[in-house]
Design a binder for this molecule. Structure first.
Ligand code: ASP
Length: 459
């Protein structure tokens, strides 16, 4: 009789999950609980309490100090102390901390000629050193843990320091981790360029590492451990009683993340999504909670909304031109002007004689606004160009919204009843989301009204 091979799970732990020794011991218990959790990806130690610093931020301060010249001792001490506190509380040998300090000093002695490259070398230390320390703690607990050197393992990255991307050949190389002995402890957030230099993903990038590794080893599940029980149907800061979501599709997750769902950075999970690997969001502090699973597809009921997301910081450029619909190439030329201004547009809803382009307010400087307005008037002959700042997008999402007419009626009635003025309504082409443009000051009111309509009253 053969025993079925256990599945393989990649478990990623975020900054708060590894912020101190107590948290790391929880991680260790979670790994022991399930023999298929054989690959662990760790962040740098995060905040232990509100107001605390993340080690990554301390490392950035250290790197900046070095770049500015002068003594780095105070900043270096602040970093070393974080690791020392963990070492002491976890009862592992102080040698680990001496090695950590020596490693940091080596990094500080590196060439500072290229600012981005130097910053990345320092930033990456947060995860790299933590992975070593977590390995030591696991081993002390009797777990056969092995630190994984990402250079040898082949986490190959582009050389866009601070914003690097994984190179396609990394997947082939990382595949071998599937058969690595014991428990592999992998530092998140960084990799190596072909020239052997450290390069990091954007901030929060350990999620990306986890998704890449899960895809490379063809994991059965990518578990993303953080400090919330699950993804909620609406932002709990607006709706404290918002219900947890058990199951979401990738598409639903993407739409919700786009409009402000904070749990994942939506781009972070792309590698796992491409590989079709289910993802589960779970809480390190309450591992018994089932969490939220994000899967390629799920059964759904018609008309069902799974979540409401919202975010502000948008503005709309409304362009009117009589008989616009007859003019070949108007939309393309308008979007070309947006492109020439170096802006990416978020949505471009259009009517017969008008088209709006929604852009992020932070990128839409007054200079860009003036330049674009001039070009739209002169080159496109627009009758009217108006800019509306201070907009928020509120989005309802659900696979079940496909082909369901009643959803729009319910939503707009709820918004009208709450006294929220609708600036714009846009049904995504995927038909699994509907977006409402409202004034930023009405955002919370809109979310509350929609939650009531789809979750309280229809429940
Ligand atoms: N430590 C990095 C950051 O704070 C990456 C991460 O935690 O995912 O951005």
């Amino acid at each position: 009789m053969t025993t079925p091979a256990p599945g393989l799970k990649v478990a990623k732990f975020g900054g708060t999950s590894v912020a101190d020794a107590g948290q790391i011991l929880k991680v260790c218990a979670i790994i022991r609980m399930d023999p298929s959790r054989r690959i662990v990806v760790v962040s740098a130690p995060g905040k232990r309490r509100p107001g605390d610093s993340k080690v990554t931020d301390l490392l950035i301060a250290l790197a900046e100090r070095k770049l500015a010249g002068g003594s780095v001792e105070a900043e270096l001490k602040a970093v070393v102390e974080r690791y020392e506190a963990i070492q002491r509380e976890a009862g592992v040998t102080p040698d680990v901390v001496r090695e950590i300090e020596a490693d940091l000093r080596r990094r500080l002695a590196a060439d500072t000629g290229h600012r981005g490259r130097f910053l990345d070398l320092l930033k990456a230390a947060g995860e790299d050193l933590n992975a070593r320390l977590v390995t030591a703690i696991f081993r002390k607990q009797g777990v056969d843990a092995h630190y994984i050197d990402l250079k040898t393992a082949g986490m190959l990255m582009s050389d866009e320091f601070g914003n690097a991307m994984v190179l396609p050949e990394a997947y082939e190389r990382l595949k071998i981790l599937r058969d690595a002995p014991g428990i592999s402890i992998i530092p998140g957030f960084f990799g190596y360029t072909k020239a052997g230099e450290v390069a990091t993903f954007p901030r929060g990038g350990s999620d990306i590492t986890g998704a890449i590794v899960a895809a490379a080893v063809k994991a059965d599940l990518y578990e993303n451990f953080t400090d919330v029980d699950s993804v909620f149907a609406a932002d709990p800061r607006i709706i404290p009683e918002a219900r947890p979501i058990e199951l979401l599709t990738y598409r639903e997750m993407r739409e919700l993340a786009y409009a402000g769902f904070g749990v994942f950075h939506d781009e972070a999970i792309v590698p796992a999504v491409h590989a079709g690997i289910p993802i589960c969001v779970r809480n390190t502090n309450r591992p018994e909670a089932p969490g939220t699973r994000v899967v390629p597809s799920r059964p759904y009921k018609h008309g069902q909304v799974v979540g409401i997301a919202s975010s502000d910081g948008f503005c709309a450029v409304y362009v009117d031109k009589y008989l616009m619909n007859r003019e070949v190439g108007f939309g393309r030329r308008l979007l070309q002007i947006v492109e020439d201004a170096g802006l990416s547009y978020e949505h471009a809803p259009s009517g017969i004689d008008n088209m709006s382009v929604i852009v992020r307010e932070k990128d839409f400087t007054p200079e860009r606004e003036a330049r674009m307005g001039d070009r739209i008037r002169t080159e496109l002959g627009a009758d009217n160009v108006e800019v509306d700042r201070g907009l928020a997008m509120v989005m309802i999402v659900g696979e079940g919204m496909h082909y369901t007419v009643g959803v729009a009626a319910t939503a707009t009635a709820a918004l009208a009843q709450a006294g929220v003025n609708l600036e714009m309504l846009n049904q995504g082409s995927s038909e699994i989301s509907m977006m409402f443009g409202v004034k930023a000051m009405d955002r919370k009111k809109a979310v509350a009204a929609l939650y009531r309509a789809f979750f309280t009253e229809q429940a």
